[in-house]
Design a protein. Structure first.
Length: 183
């Protein structure tokens, strides 16, 4: 049976490197996924994810168990790092052509259509509030339940449902406005 977060956190706060490594292994993927869907660039997502875990190590002594999941604390660090990232980097909305096109032999027309649809969805996602983006990413990319999202985001399940509904409605309107998908 894996060690509980509480035990690992206490050990990490005492300086146990193995505990830090276990927390990293346990939470790398959810943190990376959250960042990746915000920056849509693998190398940048990996760099920012590393920064989250550096801050986890530096600030673990400030973590106090208040009944919220440890991942919620990591998501707070993630939000701050993303804010800093967007402040410092002038984000270009254009995504470079994927290098996999030439290596995989994909049909260029299909690849281009998929890339255009993905770009449209990315632009629409940026029209959502930060909390709406977190709900959509958590719900559909990370496949979390409403109760899991509520615990992670410090909201009740009704708020999560409402945020999801408003976010999907905004996405639908933005996609229709952009004319990205055929009906």
């Amino acid at each position: 049976m894996p060690q509980s977060d509480k035990t690992l956190i206490q050990q990490a706060q005492a300086g146990n490197r193995t505990a830090f490594a276990r927390l990293y292994e346990r939470y790398y993927q959810p943190v990376y996924t959250r960042i990746y869907y915000r920056v849509v660039d693998q190398a940048t997502a990996e760099d920012l994810t590393a920064k989250v875990f550096v801050q986890m190590v530096e600030k673990i002594d400030r973590f106090h168990d208040r009944g919220h999941p440890f991942l919620a604390w990591l998501h707070t660090i993630t939000r701050h790092i993303l804010v800093d990232y967007y402040r410092l980097v002038e984000h270009d909305a254009q995504v470079p052509l994927d290098e996999q096109l030439t290596s995989t032999g994909d049909n260029p027309v299909s690849f281009t259509e998929l890339r255009l649809a993905t770009d449209c969805l990315e632009r629409a996602m940026h029209q959502l509030t930060d909390i709406q983006q977190e709900v959509i990413i958590g719900k559909f990319m990370e496949e979390r339940t409403n109760s899991e999202l509520a615990a992670l985001l410090g909201k009740n399940e009704g708020s999560i449902k409402s945020l999801q509904h408003r976010a999907l409605d905004t996405l639908r309107r933005m996609i229709m406005k952009e004319g990205c998908y055929e009906a």
